[in-house]
Write a protein that binds this ligand. Structure first.
Ligand SMILES: Nc1ncnc2c1ncn2[C@@H]1O[C@H](COP(=O)(O)OP(=O)(O)OP(=O)(O)O)[C@@H](O)[C@H]1O
Length: 282
């Protein structure tokens, strides 16, 4: 039975069922995270996340959706191992984590933070492989594959400063994929792009995901983007003490048509949650 009355129960999967937990790449139980703000006697503890239960299945495109400040990036940073939870359990492939790992890669909103300005496109994409001592020939084979997959053919010799925002984001994605992680953690990766480029990149991301079958956890506060990309959409409560309070299955076929009736219906369902008074009292 859905805990939320606005969504029909057939669209909901139980985030914490035992069956889901067994096949999960990520398994999260009663996870909490608080931060201490300020210093000395004036310091206060702010509980961003509380009692988060969530299973992520291998190969799925999972969306974390919620308003600004609800704790989406905090949850992603915990999964990445950049932060440590204050309560609960977070398992990756059945093992608890306390640091970043090769199998989990983060794609940030601003690619400039992760690309090396002194390396060209190909060198940036090959960087991780070079650090691992992979031979030149093998590196070239891998970078050729991801240059093509990310639509960067012809731009291999350009430096980050010579690329548009969308192209830089393609390089960041190709670079992450070249290291062959199991899990892509994407923190509003298209948030800094203009609307036109963003739409193109959304379609590209679906294509790349379809071809690579990587597990993706994608953070956004954009409902249309969530419906366009997500196989399941985890809806976060407003916070503090935010949690994933409902998960909506999105079975629309890829690539999705934003003008279709079914697409609009799904969007409206989600919109109605965020517009309902109940949402502000979860
Ligand atoms: N290192 C930190 N120290 C103190 N408070 C923090 C820290 N990191 C995050 N917070 C707080 O946690 C809350 C959630 O932040 P977070 O960035 O996870 O939200 P978000 O949902 O990703 O927001 P947005 O969509 O705007 O990026 C905010 O109130 C933020 O101030």
């Amino acid at each position: 039975m859905s805990r939320y009355p606005l969504i029909s129960t057939d669209a909901i999967t139980d985030a914490s069922s035992e069956e889901n937990a067994q096949q999960s790449i990520i398994s999260i139980r009663r996870l909490g995270k608080s931060f201490l703000s300020g210093s000395g006697k004036g310091a206060v503890r702010y509980q961003v996340l509380k009692d988060v239960d969530l299973n992520i299945q291998r190969g799925e495109f999972f969306i974390l959706l919620g308003p600004s400040g609800c704790g989406k990036s905090t949850l992603l940073n915990l999964i990445a191992g950049f932060e440590k939870q204050t309560e609960g359990e977070l398992l990756v492939d059945g093992k608890s984590i306390d640091r970043p790992g090769k199998e989990r890669a983060m794609v940030f909103q601003h690619p400039d933070a992760s690309l090396f300005p002194w390396l060209n496109v190909r060198e940036n994409i090959e960087f991780g492989l070079r650090m691992q001592g992979v031979s030149r020939g093998e590196r070239k084979a891998v970078s050729d594959r991801y240059i093509e997959l990310a639509g960067l053919t012809g731009h291999e010799r350009k430096f980050p400063r010579e690329l548009s925002g969308g192209m830089k984001q393609r390089v960041q994605i190709a670079r992450v994929l070249a290291n062959d992680p199991e899990l892509l953690l994407m923190d509003e990766p298209l948030g800094a792009l203009d609307a036109f480029t963003r739409r193109i990149m959304q379609d590209e991301l679906v294509r790349i995901w379809t071809e690579t079958k990587k597990t993706v956890i994608f953070v956004t506060h954009d409902i249309q983007e969530a419906v366009l990309l997500g196989g399941r959409i985890g809806i976060m409560s407003i916070g503090p003490e935010s949690r994933v309070f409902e998960i909506m299955d999105n079975r629309l076929e890829y690539p999705r048509d934003i003008t279709s009736r079914e697409f609009n219906l799904m969007q409206k369902k989600l919109q109605s949650i965020f517009q309902d008074d109940l949402y502000f009292h979860l």
